[in-house]
Design a protein around this ligand. Structure first.
Ligand code: ADP
Length: 589
């Protein structure tokens, strides 16, 4: 189970409520836009349900076609009331739903439309789809009704044109809003195993971290939006109010808020601004009872405005994203160069420490000889032996580090996992005392030897054990204090302060899994995302290099390292190492 990220709270929604929401929205949009209809087909100059349907089909795919058909049927039967037989309506709506479904499929699968509209290309594709689809669908839809005898063929072209204008505006204005709102769901793969249009879900579908896009609600934002609203209201009053001239010459003023919002808030802002202006326009038309010719004229102006705002918003959003990517790349580069410097520093340090360490070792060996000659106390001899052993180990660590920096890889030998872990436990014994934790091995029987550099792998395991011990220190001081820490070390609450170093069979053939589990507090949210990146630390005196170096060592051995939170709340760092013979076999092959 991979580490879960902190997520926004979600409102659980059943599938039925999503379906009901879709149908309700379709009906409501159809009802508010049912103005200036031209009988007998009741084509309106503005058809927002088409935008809702297109957006839903783009996000949820062909599975949503039956739902789209249901929406069309409900609207025709409850709002439009067409004077044709029901089967004609059923067939015509099937053609429309299938046509839009096919267009959505083509846009995504064939033309690569990203439903999050993350690039300018996606907006252009959507607008092209908005222009082409209603034309193709409209031909079938209107031909069916002509065949059913609703009107003569001579009216065909005129009806088609009106139908097309209404649908294009509906899609250009509403589909971007639908896609922005459903962004999280749109990130899912287009075709999923389920036949159901909406996956078992919650709302928001998977709340995108970029939502709200690039701003947080504040009084300043509210005042700014109110300003745009005022410009829209005044312009509409100028064009529709008592002083309105015949030519609606103030419409261009509506470009001001649309462009401003697109520049300030990118594509999402542009989508909502167009929808708001369209809604204002419809209210004004309804309130003043403007005639049909005027309405169609306005719709064409509106289309120009929506297309301008969307393209501008897409350019702004794309530019912001590229800038953010560049900033991230720069900080990666800065990190990489700091890491190189750290590597060079380590090499220099290893070089400088070589001499004094060699001297320390020869003095310690001389002391051991002297102690033997002069029959010193056994206690003194033991301390001198330990000094020699520790100095020799430091020498090996430095030598191995130097080799690693120089060659990028190290010596390989067959290492039985049990023995490797036993060595680490001996080395970690002082840690257990200092942090009052119990450190236990857990080695599955019959594991084959792994291939690796013993010193480097000991460093990996020791680093993980040290991190685990320090993490539990933090939790003890935060929750219970040192008294309980020592009590638990004596066995009062062994589960709370336990570190397990384990080795087991890995799921990947040819590998053994090793790792460290602890019953500490778990990873802090701030480090979780970049856990293995260098210089990421929560400790006052930490360098944040331990995990980064540990992972480099594991990867130079051909393995991988991951961190997980176990269901019991334990933190587990796990890495894989190749089985000795298997690795040789793979390289030979
Ligand atoms: P450092 O120990 O210098 O901070 P590391 O790279 O070893 O550097 O660790 C990075 C961070 O990861 C630590 O600061 C700590 O917040 C977190 N961490 C590592 N291991 C654990 C663990 N077992 N439990 C909780 N947090 C951990």
């Amino acid at each position: 189970m991979p580490m879960e990220r902190e997520e926004m709270p979600k409102i659980p929604l059943s599938r039925w409520s999503l379906v009901a929401a879709y149908l309700g929205a379709h009906l409501a949009l159809d009802w508010v836009s049912f103005i200036h209809e031209i009988s007998p087909l009741n084509v309106t100059p503005w058809n927002p349900p088409a935008g809702l349907m297109m957006g839903t089909l783009i996000v949820f795919g062909l599975r949503a076609v039956p739902l789209a058909w249901l929406g069309l049927m409900a609207a025709d039967l409850m709002v439009r009331d067409l004077p044709v037989a029901v089967w004609v309506t059923m067939a015509a709506n099937a053609a429309v739903a299938a046509g839009y479904g096919g267009a959505a499929w083509g846009l995504r699968r064939r033309l690569g439309l990203d439903p999050r509209l993350s690039r300018l290309r996606d907006v252009v594709l959507l607008l092209a789809g908005a222009a082409a689809t209603p034309l193709a669908v409209g031909i079938g839809y209107i031909a069916l009704h002509t065949l059913a005898g609703l009107f003569p063929w001579s009216d065909f072209a005129g009806v088609l044109l009106r139908y097309w204008v209404g649908e294009v505006i509906g899609i250009a204005v509403l589909t971007p809003v639908v896609l922005v709102v459903l962004r999280g769901a749109a990130a899912r793969p287009f075709r999923s195993a389920s036949w159901w249009p909406f996956p078992r879900s919650s709302w928001p579908p998977s709340w995108p971290p970029s939502w709200p896009p690039s701003w947080t609600p504040s009084w300043r934002v509210a005042a700014e939006l109110a300003g745009y609203g005022l410009i829209i209201a005044v312009t509409l009053w100028l064009d529709f109010g008592p002083l309105a001239p015949a030519q609606y010459e103030h419409f261009y003023l509506l470009f001001l808020p649309a462009v401003a919002v697109a520049v300030r808030y990118g594509l999402a802002g542009a989508a909502f601004a167009s929808a708001a202006i369209q809604a204002g326009l419809i209210v004004a038309i309804q309130a003043t009872g403007a005639e049909t010719a005027r309405t169609t004229h306005f719709q064409l102006l509106m289309l120009t405005l929506a297309v301008t705002a969307l393209l501008l918003g897409a350019v702004v959003s794309e530019r912001r994203r590229v800038e953010a990517a560049i900033r991230e790349r720069q900080s990666d580069l800065a990190r990489a160069s700091r890491l190189t410097e750290a590597g060079e520093m380590a090499a220099a340090l290893a070089h400088e420490l070589n001499q004094p360490l060699a001297a320390t070792m020869s003095y310690a060996r001389a002391a051991r000889k002297l102690a033997k000659l002069e029959q010193a106390s056994p206690r003194l001899s033991e301390i001198i032996d330990k000094t020699v052993a520790q100095a020799e180990r430091s020498d090996r660590v430095i030598r191995s580090l130097r080799d690693f920096v120089r060659k990028g890889r190290s010596d390989r030998a067959p290492l039985p996992p049990g023995a490797l872990i036993a060595d680490c436990l001996t080395l970690a014994a002082p840690l257990a005392g200092q942090h009052a934790v119990s450190i236990q091995p857990e080695v599955a029987p019959g594991l084959p030897p792994v291939s690796g550099d013993a010193i480097q792998l000991q460093q990996v395991i020791l680093n993980l054990v040290r991190n685990a011990a320090e993490a539990m220190d933090d939790s003890a001081s935060a929750s219970a204090g040192p008294a309980s820490a020592s009590a638990s070390a004596q066995g009062a609450a062994p589960r709370r302060r336990r570190i397990v170093v384990f080795a087991a069979r890995a799921a990947e053939p040819g590998f053994v899994a090793l790792g460290v589990r602890d019953s500490g507090p778990g990873l802090a949210g701030v480090v979780e995302r970049n856990l293995f990146a260098p210089f990421v630390t929560t400790k006052a005196t930490g360098m944040g290099l331990g995990l980064s170096i540990a992972r480099s060592i594991v990867e130079s051995h051909g393995g991988t390292m991951t961190a997980e939170r176990l269901p019991q709340g334990e933190t587990m760092f796990r890495f894989t190492l190749p089985v000795h013979g298997a690795e040789a076999g793979r390289h030979d092959a």
